[in-house]
Design a protein around this ligand. Structure first.
Ligand code: ZN
Length: 143
């Protein structure tokens, strides 16, 4: 079969679109006790000002419960078996992977520059269900 690059790119584009829809419909267990779909929730991305960089740095992700409005702070356990120097590398950092793949799938992304003060609870659901959310620690990514 003679498959052109253009045809492969078209197939990849469609596959990514299908994957995106599937991911938007995934549910997580909220701290309120109910499960919500990613697409039905808003997410806050906090930023903090680092004087040493004279710039805003990305902070935490907090998903707002659509029923109670309490925030779910997206948490991943620190893994002592991963050496410190590697923890900020994409392939060793579950929060970076989650942020890249899922942040844009929420109903709305709210960027918060230091004003966020809503009540929140830590939520380890994504950490405990890494396979379901395609988080792969320690695998090298080419793209
Ligand atoms: Zn909830």
């Amino acid at each position: 079969m003679n498959t052109t690059i253009e045809e492969l790119e078209r197939q990849l584009y469609i596959a990514k679109k299908v994957e995106r829809e599937k991911n938007r419909n995934k549910k997580f267990l909220c701290v309120c006790g109910s499960k919500h779909r990613i697409r039905d929730c808003k997410i806050i991305h906090t930023y903090w000002y680092a004087d040493s960089h004279s710039d805003w740095s990305k902070g935490e992700l907090k998903i707002i419960c659509p029923e109670t409005y309490i925030r779910n702070r997206v948490m991943f356990e620190v893994r002592p078996e991963i050496e410190k120097g590697k923890r900020w590398a994409y392939s060793y950092n579950p929060l970076l992977q989650f942020s890249k793949e899922y942040k844009g799938l929420f109903n709305e992304v709210i960027n918060d520059y230091g004003k966020e003060d809503g009540a929140y609870e830590n939520n380890y659901y994504f950490d405990r269900n890494q396979d379901e959310f395609n988080i792969k620690i320690g695998e090298e990514f080419q793209y």
